[in-house]
Write a protein that binds this ligand. Structure first.
Ligand code: ZN
Length: 254
């Protein structure tokens, strides 16, 4: 069976246009016209959910998460295609032993839905979807840049041993940090380029209330959020852990 990991407007459209029966990942609400496992994405949850799955489309657009998904899929022999913003474009990559996304994108940079959207502005979604399907069916890799599509190849020397699945990464969510605020605290060391996030948010018409070199106070989806340089995100008036994770993945990513 096929499954999508990562819930967002793009992956929901892909699920509908390709009749993918299962979509996995945190979202603000339960999806209705497709089977949706509205759960956190982390190593133990994904490993058990993927037991019955043969093919995975990774639409998380987050790097560290993608590395974890890839480790699990390579171990279980599940065909995996990932879509990630990469350099000036988008990479659509079929993971193979000795050709993994982890090795070609090892910068551990932060990316999210909006970074992908930026790159999509030059390519339409239908083209992206076509390329994703070809990548899965023909086990090929592509780079999409300025509306052009190139087939690419890459190779690596790693033996696809577990790395991210067994190390401390990710975020700790505390739904009650006082005053009705919830917090997401990265457990790994990260440093966000706050300026870059500020520009990103502005490009996507997200309302910035206040900002300086260390944080951005912005308003989105009816909530006030504070994003700090170390990746911490504070969200007003939200207690639901899954919804908190959804917002973190969408606005910050990992
Ligand atoms: Zn590798």
């Amino acid at each position: 069976m096929d499954a999508i990991i990562g819930v967002n407007e793009i992956s929901i459209k892909f699920a509908k246009s390709n009749n993918i029966p299962l979509i996995i990942g945190p979202y603000e609400k339960q999806l209705e016209d497709v089977k949706h496992i509205n759960e956190s994405i982390n190593f133990p949850s994904i490993e058990s959910i993927l037991n019955e799955i043969d093919r995975v489309y990774n639409f998380t657009f987050n790097f560290l998460t993608s590395f974890v998904i890839e480790e699990i899929c390579l171990e279980k022999d599940i065909n995996l295609v990932s879509i990630l913003p990469f350099g000036e474009g988008i990479i659509v990559k079929f993971s193979k032993p000795r050709s993994c996304i982890r090795c070609i994108t090892e910068e551990r940079k932060i990316s999210n839905y909006f970074f992908l959207q930026d790159k999509l502005s030059e390519t339409d979604e239908d083209t992206l979807f076509k390329i994703v399907s070809i990548s899965m069916n023909e086990k090929k890799d592509f780079f999409i840049h300025k509306g052009r599509i190139e087939e690419t190849t890459s190779s690596c020397e790693c033996r696809n041993e577990r790395k991210y699945a067994s190390y401390e990464y990710g975020e700790m969510i505390n739904p009650d940090c006082g005053n009705g605020t919830s917090g997401v605290f990265p457990v790994d060391d990260r440093k966000l380029d706050i300026k870059k996030f500020s520009e990103l948010f502005k490009r996507h018409n997200i309302n910035i209330i206040l900002e300086d070199d260390n944080y951005i106070n912005f308003e989105a989806e009816g909530r006030k959020m504070f994003l700090f340089e170390n990746g911490r995100l504070m969200i007003s008036d939200l207690k639901d852990k899954i919804a908190i994770e959804y917002l973190y993945r969408k606005y910050v990513g990992n």
